[in-house]
Design a protein around this ligand. Structure first.
Ligand SMILES: [Zn+2]
Length: 429
């Protein structure tokens, strides 16, 4: 296939020939058939979402949202939970205590006593079930389940996961690859995800990075974590660090075990200034969510320790220190739109805002070395994102509607004119 008249960074207007899944030629006035007129729009390497939870994202289509911005308060939440037919399972996501306080089975019963309801906290770490749900599944207790997704999975009717829809929606954003960041490699997960048209890096599978999950309440010692790191070798590790102490334990453990290329800090929610030279010395990549201080600003203002406020989701200071940096949407816990993440990264009002080009590069890194930008060169995979506009205009806008077509391995995934349907059929589960 020949894509004619596109803007290739560093070359200006050019034609790009694809063959056998790769870029085979870039030049002026190439001849050939099967042409697409790029009309001067930029041709970019496809975006890679470096941290996403694909099964949860697919399940969200069959869910209702009960976050602060979705329901406002307790009355709104009750209305949403009672929206479906009585008796039908309700899967609600995005909850935060600012809606109706700490939840347990009895609190949930006051909202919807007549149907099984399960509510996921916005962090993804906690599920709360009401009494009807516990009864239906033969479970007992206060209905609060902390990090027990594996155990709960068999207790609910299976949700129909529409991964095809997830893939098409992502392709409409120009995404040609995902790194799935679930902490446990569920049985059959890698196979289930393989229906996606995008390239996949599934943490825990094969030689992909191994995700190590930390919780302050069950924090390992640096020695213990170093042993987990050593057990993961030769694979890199991706350590979930959302608090100051989690980062410190991780850095001590990496010091002890020795860091390897590809090791990464997921989230890096709190990175105290004094640890920046340490991160750099270890050579670890930070995969961050610059949109969280925007999406969650109100709650962070009250929930986050005053001492930590200045160190939230750093971008600019890490980049300036030479630390490899990339971003993931963390969808469904964050937006699915990488362009929204880029806008957040440039429009933040703290000192961590980055330049527009740097924001784009948060999503153009190598899947295994997310801080190393891919470039459009002969021989590289034809994973491409064609824009309606030249790069300069694209950077001014940073909006998803500038994506015209997306190619994975040279195959159009979201070709122009085939609008992606966002209708969400209700699926039980
Ligand atoms: Zn995550």
């Amino acid at each position: 296939m020949l894509i004619r008249n596109v803007e290739v960074e560093g070359l200006g207007r050019a034609d790009v020939r694809l063959g056998a899944g790769r870029i085979v030629e870039i030049g002026k006035r190439l001849t050939g058939r099967d042409e697409l007129d790029g009309r001067g729009g930029a041709l970019l390497v496809g975006l890679h979402d470096h941290h996403v939870h694909l099964a949860a994202l697919a399940a969200e289509a069959a869910s209702v949202r009960v976050g602060p911005a979705d329901v406002g308060g307790p009355d709104g939440m009750a209305a949403v939970l009672r929206g479906g037919a009585p008796g039908e399972w309700v899967r609600a996501v995005g909850y935060h205590e600012s809606v109706a306080g700490e939840l347990d089975r009895w609190a949930l019963d006051t909202f919807a006593p007549d149907r099984p309801v399960r509510v996921q906290h916005r962090s993804g770490a906690l599920w709360v079930w009401n009494s009807a749900a516990l009864r239906a599944a033969g479970l007992d207790g206060d209905g609060r389940f902390w990090r027990q997704d594996e155990r709960l999975r068999g207790a609910v009717p299976p949700a129909g996961l529409d991964l095809r829809r997830v893939g098409l929606r992502a392709a409409a954003y120009g995404i040609t690859g995902f790194t799935n960041a679930d902490p446990h490699l569920g049985e059959g997960l890698a196979e289930m995800l393989s229906v996606l048209p995008q390239r996949l890096l599934v943490m825990g599978a094969d030689d992909a990075p191994v995700k190590l999950l930390l919780d302050d309440a069950t924090l390992p010692t640096p020695d213990e974590l170093a042993a987990s790191v050593a057990a993961a070798r030769p694979r890199p590790v991706a350590v979930h660090c959302v608090t100051r102490v989690q980062l410190l334990v991780t850095l001590l453990a990496l010091d002890e075990a020795g860091a390897v290329e590809g090791d990464r800090i997921e989230h890096g929610s709190v990175i105290p200034a004094e640890t920046i030279p340490w991160l750099r010395r270890l050579g670890v990549t930070v995969v961050t969510q610059p949109h969280f201080p925007v999406e969650r600003g109100r709650e962070y203002a009250t929930d986050v320790d005053a001492d930590d406020q200045a160190h939230l989701y750093r971008c600019r200071s890490l980049a300036e220190a030479g630390i490899p940096l990339a971003a993931g949407t963390d969808a469904p816990f964050g937006t699915t739109d990488p362009w929204g993440v880029m806008r957040a990264a440039v429009e933040r009002t703290d000192r961590e805002a980055v330049a527009r080009r740097a924001a784009l590069d948060l999503f153009t890194g190598e899947p295994r070395l997310p801080g190393r930008a891919r470039r459009l060169t002969v021989g590289s995979p034809a994973d491409l994102c064609l824009l309606h506009v030249p790069l300069r205009e694209a950077l001014d806008l940073l909006t998803a509607d500038i994506v015209r077509a997306t190619f994975v391995g040279g195959r159009p995934v979201a070709p122009e004119g085939q609008g992606v349907s966002f209708g969400s059929p209700r699926v039980p589960g």
